[in-house]
Design a protein around this ligand. Sequence first.
Ligand SMILES: [Zn+2]
Length: 262
Amino acid sequence: MVRALALHEDVLVVVSAIWRTTATIVRGGEEAFVIDSPLLPEEIELLPALLEQSAFPFSGLLATHGDWDHLLGRLAFPGAALGVAETTAARLRAAPGEAQRQLRDFDEAHYLQRPSPLALGSLEPLPVPGYCGLGEHELELHPADGHTSDGMAVWIPWASILVCGDYLSPVEIPTPEGSIDGYLATLARLEALVERAAHVVPGHGDPLEAGAAHAILLEDRAYLQALRAHGADAPLPAGRRDGEQRRLHAANAARLSAAAGP
Ligand SMILES: [Zn+2]
């Protein structure tokens, strides 16, 4: 069973049952892109039918960043072009097979079976900042590094929807695997877009109204500033303090002290 939310006549969002990973389906005239991907085999398998039933004519895939859990669109649409930021294309080329290995580990850990292995094939590197044509419209691509060293946020101007990748999540604290400075700079760029947005689609968690997304942005900025100043003693954002979030926080603090050196 796939939950698909209609945020706009041209925008559908699927939220995976696991990790609440989102896929955003955006239509521009006679074309439609799928941005990121759900995780479970049956969720991926149902994507082509969902697009067909909703009259969203599939034309290509985009991924907000190179983490494997956002790259599974090819399992639903084999052979489709996968557009990514130039930074993401460089990251994936530098570590060939890594996404496939991580997917295999995940599937083994959860005893999941998939009808076919993941082939990322040829990537289409997109200049970011920049634009990407979709039918009669254009998507705006904004740099979004800091969570990882790569990535982009996608602004859908005609729907006032921001698809931001792994930022502004209502379910997950910031994980600045790239850099805290980069993460904070991305939050500053996203803030200007959130202020114009009707909805924000985070990489993990349900789509947000702009006001709720802005509240998360302020919490995330405060958390990162506290993390930088106080390491493991930084307080976690309210509502994101359970065991898994404390585990992510401990990893953030450990990464920070490792970067500071002995
Ligand atoms: Zn993710």
